[in-house]
Ligand binder design. Structure first.
Ligand SMILES: C[S@@+](CC[C@H](N)C(=O)[O-])C[C@H]1O[C@@H](n2cnc3c(N)ncnc32)[C@H](O)[C@@H]1O
Length: 351
């Protein structure tokens, strides 16, 4: 007769086996805590289905991601808040400043996001933040060598240089004044409290989380700088994806007209895949509460597009600006800005 093994006889060998199992998950979990922050939301969702421990780690990564969209790149955390649906956060790679377009060398596919507090945060790991500076011009352009750039408006970097006055000048990489200089207000990242709030019509929206006075710098529009050909190729792809619904692109074309009006510098900034919090700013047909200003820093090759409060902004108010006045497609995407001057459709122009 076949004898059933007693539970006791089974337990003895299992004890050692259990010990090995306990050891294995421990090292597995340590690896998981390092690897999982590199995963996309769908990869994270898949892996969280495999066992309870990975589910727990995935959950804490999701909570950390929702608590700070800027993943410690900015001075203050910028949380996602959603009382509309179940989406906890938007997934993209973070760069606090412009980066050259996507050669794989500078524009990686992955960046860790959601490290637990026990790990050293490596905010600069993953996306290289390249300074687009003109090293050769360091002496030719000169920059400044002021002791205090904000005294008596003497700093040569603050002077109008023949470009249109919508271009603001700041000290930059070729100046001797250093990072604490008062003439670098747009170069220190976000210093006003912001939050990213889910809206049932517009997707995510960037909101003030404190009072912002008129004239205060809010953030720059950071992303990948594209050639015009690449911008056209991507816009076509984004338009196709948008037809399927549930896709928001963040490709902005900025034109800086030279004084002669005979030429203009065109900047194509794509924050769709790699960007900063400005990628969540929605359009308003009445111009919104942000003004856009091109800022040139001494020694930088290209200007940066910066947002300033164009009026006093209350805590909780959504931050918006006008995406432009041109609507090439008579029936493009529906606008839900809610302003009395709403056109009904979002601006659209030939990229
Ligand atoms: C730069 S993104 C802004 C952030 C975006 N709402 C999101 O969820 O990522 C631009 C996209 O936001 C949406 N959007 C922006 N302003 C809008 C508006 N006034 N009405 C409806 N949708 C808007 C459109 O889908 C647009 O393509």
């Amino acid at each position: 007769m076949h004898q059933q093994p007693s539970p006791k006889r089974y337990r003895a060998p299992n004890k050692r086996h259990n010990q090995e199992e306990n050891d294995k998950p421990r090292s597995l979990l340590e690896c998981a805590e390092l690897v999982l922050p590199w995963l996309t939301p769908s990869e994270l969702a898949n892996i969280s289905l495999t066992c309870k421990s990975l589910h727990r780690i995935s959950k804490s990564i999701t909570a950390l991601r929702s608590s700070d969209a800027s993943r410690a790149f900015e001075n203050l955390p910028i949380p996602f808040l959603n009382s509309v649906d179940t989406q906890p956060y938007a997934f993209f790679l973070y760069t606090p400043s412009q980066i050259p377009s996507s050669s794989s060398f500078v524009s990686p596919q992955r960046q860790p996001w959601g490290w637990s507090s026990s790990h050293d945060v490596q905010p600069n790991c993953g996306v290289e933040t390249v300074r687009l500076t003109d090293g050769s011009a360091e002496n030719a352009w000169g920059g400044c060598a002021c002791g205090d750039c904000c005294v008596d408006n003497e700093c040569p970097c603050s002077r109008f240089d023949g470009l249109e006055d919508v271009v603001v000048r700041e000290c930059g990489p070729s100046c001797g004044c250093g990072s604490e200089c008062g003439n670098r207000s747009t170069q220190r990242g976000v210093s006003v409290k912001l939050k990213i709030v889910r809206d049932s019509n517009k997707g995510w929206s960037l909101c003030a989380d404190d009072f912002i006075p008129t004239g205060r710098f809010v953030c720059e529009y950071a992303g990948e700088l594209l050639t015009t050909n690449e911008a056209r190729r991507r816009q076509q792809k984004y338009d196709d994806l948008a037809l399927g619904g549930c896709f928001s692109s963040a490709l902005l074309v900025v034109r800086e007209h030279l004084p002669s009006r005979k030429a203009c510098l065109r900047l194509n900034i794509d924050a769709t895949r790699v960007g900063n919090v400005a990628r969540f700013i929605n359009h308003s047909c009445d111009g919104g509460n942000l003004s856009t200003v091109l800022v040139r820093s001494s020694g930088a090759l290209l200007p940066r597009l910066c947002f300033f409060a164009s009026k006093d902004i209350k805590e909780g108010e959504e931050l918006t600006f006008s995406y432009g006045g041109v609507r090439l497609r008579s029936k493009g995407s529906r606008c839900c800005c809610g302003s009395s001057s709403c056109f009904g459709w979002l601006p659209s122009e030939q990229t």
